[in-house]
Design a protein around this ligand. Sequence first.
Ligand SMILES: [Zn+2]
Length: 95
Amino acid sequence: MAYVVIAFCFGLAGGIVGKVKGSSFLIWFLISAIVPFLGLAAALLYRWDRDELRRQCPGCGKVVKLHDALCTRCGTELEFPDVAIEPESVSAMRR
Ligand SMILES: [Zn+2]
């Protein structure tokens, strides 16, 4: 019985962390409840794609992640850019 209470508490904490980071409350609630310590740690450490800087491919104009070395659409090799595009999470907040 105690385990259920602990799992529920971790699930709740993980779910809130996930929600704050713009992910799904339910998904992180389940992950944290099933694997309490690891799930919560994963929720805290996970880097959401939405928070990453982006830049535009000079070849085809596709917006890709800043750390991508190759464009995922046209395969152009990408230099580290001078200008980065703000993360999706920031753009979303301004909307
Ligand atoms: Zn491209």
